[in-house]
Design a protein around this ligand. Structure first.
Ligand SMILES: [Mg+2]
Length: 182
């Protein structure tokens, strides 16, 4: 299947706070995988603060929650503390980290959502392994690091491709997100 098709998220929200979690629950979703950097905290922050920890703990009443990050263990374990399960150095969009996460939680792809700020890692990777994927706006885009900046250039390429090949889906899901590149 063409790569661009795997880069289309199931849905898009401006932040993790806007996501319709009740609806996910109704759809039979049991498991939420969150990216860390620029999804929960920005790259300049080192720790998930109390407010955001409480928000995620609230979600844990209804879902299994795990943080899956391409960052190194040192950064991820410090940011997450002992509050949540995590997989660090996940190498998204490769499947290995996702498989590790699903195994850890004993969850199936069909009941799991990947939530993250990057089309080329979180969405592409999640879709490849059969998860639902939710794209969110970066917490603070100017804190993106070099690899992410490169991925953002790829994003533009694939957004244009999706716009051309899947105009209806682009309009429905990605128009708002793509605006910042106009
Ligand atoms: Mg990220």
């Amino acid at each position: 299947m063409a790569i661009y098709k795997k880069c289309i998220p199931t849905s898009y929200y401006t932040s993790i706070y806007e996501i319709d979690y009740d609806n996910l629950k109704k759809q039979g979703i049991t498991t939420l995988l969150f990216d860390l950097d620029n999804t929960i905290i920005n790259y300049d922050e080192t720790k998930i603060d109390v407010k955001r920890t409480e928000f995620l703990q609230e979600l844990e009443k209804d879902f299994k929650v795990l943080i899956i990050s391409n960052s190194k263990k040192k950064r991820v374990s410090y940011a997450v503390g002992h509050q949540f399960s995590f997989v660090s150095f996940a190498r998204k969009p490769f499947k290995v980290g996702f498989k590790k996460a699903l195994k850890k939680l004993d969850s199936k792809p069909s009941e799991t959502v990947m939530i993250g700020d990057q089309l080329m890692t979180d969405v592409f990777g999640g879709n490849r392994i059969g998860l639902k994927t939710i794209l969110v706006e970066a917490v603070l885009r100017k804190s993106d690091k070099i690899w992410t900046r490169i991925n953002r250039k790829l994003e533009v390429y694939f957004l244009n491709k999706i716009k051309k090949k899947e105009p209806l889906k682009f309009d429905e899901i990605l128009r708002e997100y793509a605006k910042k590149y106009e």
